[in-house]
Design a protein around this ligand. Sequence first.
Ligand SMILES: NC(=O)c1ccc[n+]([C@@H]2O[C@H](COP(=O)([O-])OP(=O)(O)OC[C@H]3O[C@@H](n4cnc5c(N)ncnc54)[C@H](O)[C@@H]3O)[C@@H](O)[C@H]2O)c1
Ligand SMILES: O=C(O)C[C@H](O)C(=O)O
Ligand SMILES: [Mg+2]
Length: 500
Amino acid sequence: MRAQSSDLAKNVYLEQLHDRNETLYFRVLVEHLAELLPIVYDPTVGEAIEKYSHEYRCPRGIFLSIDRPDDMEKAFATLQLGPEDVDLIVCTDAEEILGIGDWGVGGIQISVGKLAVYTAAAGIDPRRVVPVSLDVGTDRRSLLDDPLYLGNRHSRVRGADYDAFIESYLETASSTFPDALLHFEDFGPSNARRILEQYGGRYRIFNDDMQGTGAITLAAVLSAVKVSGVRMRDQKLVVFGAGTAGVGIADQLRDAMVRDGADSRQAAAQVWLIDKQGLLTRDMDGLRDFQQPYARDPDEVADWARDDGAISLLETVRRVEPTILLGTSTAHGAFTREVVQSMSEGTERPIIFPISNPTSRIEAMPADVIAWSGGKALVATGIPVPPVEYDGMTYEIGQANNALLYPGLGLGTIVSGASQVTSGMLLAAAQAVADQVDPSRPGASLLPPVESLRESSAVTATAVVKAALDDGVATSKPTDVSEAVREAMWQPVYTDGAAA
Ligand SMILES: NC(=O)c1ccc[n+]([C@@H]2O[C@H](COP(=O)([O-])OP(=O)(O)OC[C@H]3O[C@@H](n4cnc5c(N)ncnc54)[C@H](O)[C@@H]3O)[C@@H](O)[C@H]2O)c1
Ligand SMILES: O=C(O)C[C@H](O)C(=O)O
Ligand SMILES: [Mg+2]
């Protein structure tokens, strides 16, 4: 594997091993998690998705086409699994893969990658999971024009037909496999939240980009707050990139401020959203419904500087003096030296999280953020990055990627048989992750290292099971929760002399 000439070649090589010998594949992954997560998952998975049709070898997962909605049951039946045989299904319609946009049927590889992390990091049984591609077409011209493209060769279907397809997927998946957690990944901003809100009460749904990302970022903030000394209820948050992830995180941080004593109006007023049109204000046309609670009163910003009519990130930082700056915009380099320096003038220990993925989309590299802030910034990123040396000190950079949280959350959901993923379970997961680090040492990471992710996921899962029990959604009630979690974890070892 190490002899392969590129990260994509390593990804392909490991996928071939995955097809030949699942046990060995996962054993290699588990024993080399920090080295291989960036290969089977972010950032290399982005490239594997872009090249999917060209690197195609053999299908892994279920491909559901909007052009043949009646074939759904037949497609699931090809798995030859019974109603109790599936714990987890990860689906994507691939409209907003990471920060690289619409990749059509190639998106199946994000479902595959997410599931590999579930198994490697939390011991979810790989024989009891299903990756799904919901192929509703693609708006990417280069794919439609590519003779090798494997997906549906038309633009994205939207509106009533799309909604009917999603509803039919939820109905078929949950009736075929009633125990399965339905994980949604990388849907576009107009659908991600809508699906969760519309169906979250009826089906066991988890939206990773909103809920998983919100919870891991909350974990990193809880750690950072221990160092910065500014209470949660007093945080001022600027979100740059007000889409699915950005507003999902804003919601969870706002709720955390409320739990720490802020009233809900005050907490929402301590959040500033910036998108392509600059700082979002209530008088703007075309605000998304989920952005509206945070849009600012235009009177409040009447005398703020504008550039082509828009209030910039820099102007917002100067005026607001935020304590937290979050990047979920996909705009590479948007956190400039001036922005970081200005933030460092306004607050003693700025919390700066450029968490857009993959590397080509990150708002700033941690080495720059740390240098520009004179070593004061508390930094976490979505991609894995090596430690940063600055002024004689080593700064470990926590990976605020939902992969540090969702495996434990999923394991806890499965072990408790929770009928829903509640906000209490998400909060318990975030708290459990944060409690596993001591950020007080100078330069310490805000999050547990990937090397200990398997152990960390077991601890997170235990907290999640307890929260499911407290919230009354657990259908299985183990007496020794920690033991039940550890027993449930699949181990990559050969049994009965049988390989794979
Ligand atoms: N670290 C993690 O765990 C994690 C989890 C989910 C998403 N993400 C990353 O966050 C990014 C956004 O993902 P998403 O699912 O929210 O996508 P999204 O499309 O829902 O949101 C992106 C938002 O950024 C805005 N935007 C684009 N360019 C901008 C610019 N120049 N200035 C200001 N705003 C701009 C878009 O208009 C959109 O509202 C991606 O890079 C993704 O990889 C990271
Ligand atoms: O997949 C990742 O690396 C995290 C996240 O779900 C994303 O969409 O970027
Ligand atoms: Mg995602």
